[in-house]
Design a protein around this ligand. Structure first.
Ligand SMILES: C[S@@+](CC[C@H](N)C(=O)[O-])C[C@H]1O[C@@H](n2cnc3c(N)ncnc32)[C@H](O)[C@@H]1O
Length: 326
């Protein structure tokens, strides 16, 4: 842990542009290190912070889900707590939730996580993920553009920067949103609460979910975000751009490329236009089937904590190997 906190202190001293902001960390950087060492340190710190934040976020969602599902059970039966989840379990989960939130705050919260992710996006580490998408949009431009003369409408969910598509602004108009915007040009918005377009004019040609699904700790919310994306896209032509860390696809016990494609098909993403596995990330471009329509009861199609009694894709072991992620 000593290493982690040392690295974190270096990270905390850096803005996304690499400017030192605290004197303690400044001396750490200037006294100890050449540019190369500080870069290596901040890169290590970035990766450690992101990893730890994800782990905490996932654990937090699990604790919250257990409490929610026990409440739901209590409401539906008169027997009080189920035998599997006692009052002590609730107390233990509540205590753990407090600890997790404290540790997340100590790390700097979502804001620090986003700054670390922005560092991860910076040019020397490969840039943002718009690079992979743009050639696909170019090659599908004629099918995508139903309104000649107007730019494509792109919804960037979980955008760290509003400038990812700036170079292409003559033909791509971006709507960047985030829970905690890092720039005034990004709208503060929870996609799970974003009003569903009621007419074709407000639908999008492209929805981007780059490194967002893996950020969300609760599997039900992950599914809900993917399902909801279909209500924002132009049926028949709309493209969902999904980016995931490669281990989510290649090193999970429960998920792989085949299952992801099946799940996406079930949502209406029946054509996989293109995919690519890079060193660290998996890139997917799916096209939305023409038959997909928004739900009748739009108000139900938002953040859902309801229990799914019969999930279409129950959690099932697919790769029983000890070195795979759980
Ligand atoms: C790893 S960062 C994304 C990075 C960026 N898109 C990229 O490709 O590097 C994940 C972002 O998703 C945002 N996010 C997560 N759930 C969201 C939601 N329901 N609505 C809007 N933004 C969300 C988080 O606030 C966070 O900034």
């Amino acid at each position: 842990m000593a290493n982690t906190s040392d690295s974190l202190s270096v990270l905390k001293s850096l803005t996304p542009l690499g400017t030192v902001t605290t004197s303690a960390a400044s001396s750490l950087l200037t006294v100890k290190s050449s540019k190369a060492i500080s870069c290596k340190k901040s890169s290590l710190a970035t990766a450690q912070l992101i990893r730890r934040y994800h782990t905490l976020n996932k654990e937090l969602s699990k604790c919250l889900a257990r409490i929610e599902s026990s409440k739901a059970n209590d409401n539906s039966s008169s027997h009080g707590h189920s035998q599997n989840y006692s009052q002590q379990d609730t107390a233990a989960d509540l205590a753990r939730i407090t600890e997790i939130r404290q540790e997340m705050d100590d790390l700097g919260g979502l804001d620090m996580y986003q700054k670390a992710s922005t560092l991860g996006q910076s040019k020397q580490r490969g840039g943002d993920s718009s690079k992979w998408l743009v050639p696909i949009l170019e090659s599908h431009y004629l099918q995508l553009n139903k309104k000649p003369g107007l730019p494509l409408r792109l919804l960037d969910i979980g955008a760290l920067s509003p400038y990812n598509y700036q170079k292409y602004s003559s033909w791509i108009q971006t709507t960047p949103i985030d829970l905690n915007p890092q720039d005034p040009l990004i709208a503060k918005m929870d996609f799970l609460e974003m009003p569903i377009p009621t007419d074709r004019e407000h639908l999008f040609d492209v929805v981007c979910l780059s490194l967002v699904i893996n950020f969300v700790g609760d599997p039900k919310q992950r599914g809900e975000i993917l399902r909801r994306s279909t209500y924002f896209l132009m049926p028949g032509t709309g493209i969902l751009y999904l980016v995931l860390p490669l281990p989510c696809i290649q090193n999970s016990r429960y998920m792989d490329h085949g299952l992801l494609v099946e799940m996406m098909q079930a949502l209406g993403y029946t054509s996989l236009l293109k995919y690519h596995f890079a060193r660290k990330l998996a890139y997917y471009a799916f096209k939305l089937d023409a038959a997909v329509a928004a739900p009748k009861n739009k108000h139900k199609a938002h953040r859902s904590s309801e229990n799914v009694a019969h999930p279409l894709f129950p959690k099932k072991l697919r790769h029983d190997k000890p070195n795979r992620n759980k």
